[in-house]
Design a protein around this ligand. Structure first.
Ligand SMILES: Nc1ncnc2c1ncn2[C@@H]1O[C@H](COP(=O)(O)OP(=O)(O)OP(=O)(O)O)[C@@H](O)[C@H]1O
Length: 634
């Protein structure tokens, strides 16, 4: 059984959908009943609509159900073009996709700008508006009676018969799903998942949150428009009854049941929902109840829907057959890295980084009456580790958030290599070469360790959308470089053997190291590490310390926010101590260690050498090169 599975897994993954497409194209040769071909056509049209929902909701995390309105835009555009004498199918499909894209952009901009539930509300009302808009232009659209003046479709001047229509629908669906798969597997697809996990994370790797959201929402509209144009030409009739809230709920149920974070989940979900639609008129009566049940089954019982169940099954079989996780050699080959070097245990060269000095001058920030930062100044030099320490609530994370542009400053300036960055948006600051890790690691679910690191390279060395869709030479070259670079930094932090593993399933220590790798892969000028050692065991802290030294030696300016005082003493070139939002002391590790105020305020050590709290250190941690201290300051 496992041998058979291994043989199956040797077949390239694209071969399975290709076989499915060939079977669908061959179906008419077997002279199936009309009901079956009709079912396939309607399922594929619904799958086009649902695939758009998978992009905007499943991948990009934008809760919106406006797909029915975009479907309507595509159908009416095709219908009106046909009624006006433009019977060419290609023109109608392209125009239908474009009309849906316009509807997506026009409704997406206000919905996304307002944030929160606005997009869900806007798209909900958009669907409710469809019959009214159709009635408003009754003369052209036929109002609630429907548009019945369409001409027979043509393709390259030839009439397209109802039988030919079957092939047109299959071919459009096959092309779209190939495009969808390529987009999802590209950097742009991973960007959607990063955004879904956290807009803060997305902007910290240089993504414009608004633009990425809008792109996801707008791209999701296009296949719905294609579907609409195909539906109109299938029956040569367009009625507003096909684009109701009922239909929108059905599409949502199909997306969740099939697996919204999946390409082929749209096909699974649509085939189930369409099958039920076709079964009986009593289904139509109770459809909302069925859709609700599908939503519950897909969302609660089957995590990740049908596609999620299949994915888990495949992963288990791969694991049992020894095909997963992949060996370092296989991983290196996939990454385009030097196979000979893999597994040799040698060190990884970190290429020199063009570090930049970060300078903070007179920075203040208040939250209401709470003055979180008061006139703070510090300078972090390239090729040096500058530690920022202080008790809880002293303002360390606030300072990092101001540097990264997540908070607006009250007063003061922030510069990198002399250029002001205060006032810039977070993604622009990230693009200027500031990278960071988070106190609680932000790792998107469902993404491999390798892809998580690659997401850090979002702004470097880009291949455009079209290149990604067509998998052109530029895309493949960038992809090879991305994976090879990800592999290198993973070796640096000791996680290369986990290349293929789902990142979100790693334990805390490895997720922290993974965040360091993701930040490092962009070769940042300035690296901000927010409590990167917290929750790590002794061996992991040692690895982290060695990695930080190598990043520093490569030329990066490292800012280390840390409660592990021993680690700080062993790594820092300069230490800045914050207390109650102001700089309490600044100096070399020796100066800080000897500073009475620091010992008193931060370490809680009273002058006769006893700790004032049970867990405060009584002696200075040792500072051997490479040694990692055992105690934390709190
Ligand atoms: N978004 C916010 N809204 C309101 N108050 C905030 C916000 N962020 C931080 N603060 C307040 O600012 C002060 C400084 O908090 P900050 O998180 O920067 O401290 P910290 O030194 O990083 O603490 P810790 O070591 O616990 O992470 C605290 O009083 C905190 O409550």
């Amino acid at each position: 059984m496992l041998a058979a599975w291994s043989a199956v897994r040797k077949v390239p993954t694209w071969a399975f959908p290709a076989v499915g497409a060939v079977l669908l194209l061959a179906l008419p040769l077997f002279e199936p009943q009309y009901e079956l071909t009709r079912y396939v056509q309607l399922t594929l049209i619904l799958a086009l609509v649902v695939s758009g929902l998978n992009i905007s909701l499943g991948y990009a995390g934008q809760l919106a159900i406006g797909q029915a309105a975009m479907y309507a835009a595509g159908a009416y555009t095709a219908g009106l073009l046909s009624s006006a004498g433009h019977s060419d199918l290609l023109l109608q499909i392209a125009a239908g996709g474009l009309a849906a894209l316009v509807v997506g952009i026009v409704t997406g901009i206000p919905g996304l700008r307002l944030g929160s539930w606005s997009l869900a509300m806007t798209s909900f009302f958009l669907v409710l508006l469809v019959p009214d808009i159709v009635d408003l232009f009754e003369e052209e659209t036929g109002g609630h009676l429907g548009l019945a003046t369409m001409l027979d479709p043509t393709l390259f001047g030839q009439r397209v018969t109802p039988d030919d229509m079957y092939y047109v629908i299959v071919v459009v669906a096959v092309i779209w799903f190939a495009v969808f798969r390529n987009v999802v597997a590209s950097r742009h697809g991973i960007a959607f998942q990063v955004l879904k996990q956290s807009p803060v994370l997305a902007s910290s790797v240089g993504m414009s949150v608004f633009r990425t959201k809008l792109t996801g929402y707008a791209i999701g509209a296009v296949p719905a428009g294609f579907g609409g144009a195909l539906l109109a030409n299938l029956d040569l009739f367009v009625t507003p009854e096909a684009f109701t809230l009922h239909m929108a709920t059905g599409a949502l149920a199909a997306s969740i049941l099939g697996g919204s974070v999946s390409v082929y989940g749209a096909l699974f979900g649509s085939s189930i929902v369409q099958f039920n639609n076709d079964q009986s008129s009593s289904f139509a009566e109770y459809a909302l109840v069925f859709f609700g049940a599908f939503l519950l089954i897909g969302g609660v019982l089957l995590r990740g829907g049908v596609a999620g169940v299949l994915r888990t099954g495949i992963r288990r079989l791969d694991h049992a057959a020894g095909r997963w996780p992949r060996s370092p050699e296989t991983v290196a080959k996939a990454a385009g890295a030097d196979r000979a070097a893999v597994g040799a245990g040698g060190t990884v060269d970190l290429s020199p980084i063009e570090g930049g000095a970060l300078e903070v001058n007179g920075l203040s920030k208040a939250f209401g009456g709470n003055r979180a930062l008061r006139d703070v100044s510090l300078r972090a030099e390239p090729g040096r580790v500058t530690a920022l320490i202080g008790p809880n609530g002293s303002g360390k994370t606030t300072l990092l958030n101001l540097v990264c542009g997540f908070y607006r400053r009250g007063s003061g300036t922030i510069t990198v290599t002399g250029s002001r960055i205060d006032g810039a948006s977070p993604h622009r600051i990230a693009r200027l070469g500031i990278a960071r890790t988070f106190q609680t690691p932000l790792i998107p679910p469902g993404v491999s360790v390798a892809e998580t690191v690659v997401s850090g390279r979002y702004t470097t060395d880009r291949a455009g959308f079209l290149s990604a869709v067509l998998r052109g030479p530029r895309f493949r070259a960038v992809r090879r470089r991305d994976l090879a670079r990800a592999y290198d930094v993973l070796r640096l932090v000791g996680l290369e053997h986990l290349f293929d593993v789902e990142a979100a399933t790693l334990p805390l220590g490895q997720r922290r190291m993974l965040e360091v790798a993701r930040a490092l892969v962009r070769e940042p000028k300035v690296l901000l590490l927010d409590e990167a050692a917290s929750g790590l065991d002794e061996a992991e802290v040692e690895t982290l310390a060695a990695v930080i030294r190598r990043i520093r030696d490569a030329g990066c300016a490292v800012i280390l926010v840390e409660h592990n005082f021993g680690l700080v003493l062993s790594l820092a070139d300069r230490i800045v101590v914050l207390a109650r939002g102001a700089v309490l002391a600044e100096g070399t590790p020796d100066e800080i260690e000897a500073d009475v105020r620091v010992r008193d305020e931060y370490l809680g050590i009273v002058e006769h050498g006893e700790a004032s709290t049970a867990d405060a250190p009584t002696t200075s941690p040792k500072r051997e090169p490479g040694a990692v201290p055992e105690r934390t300051a709190r």
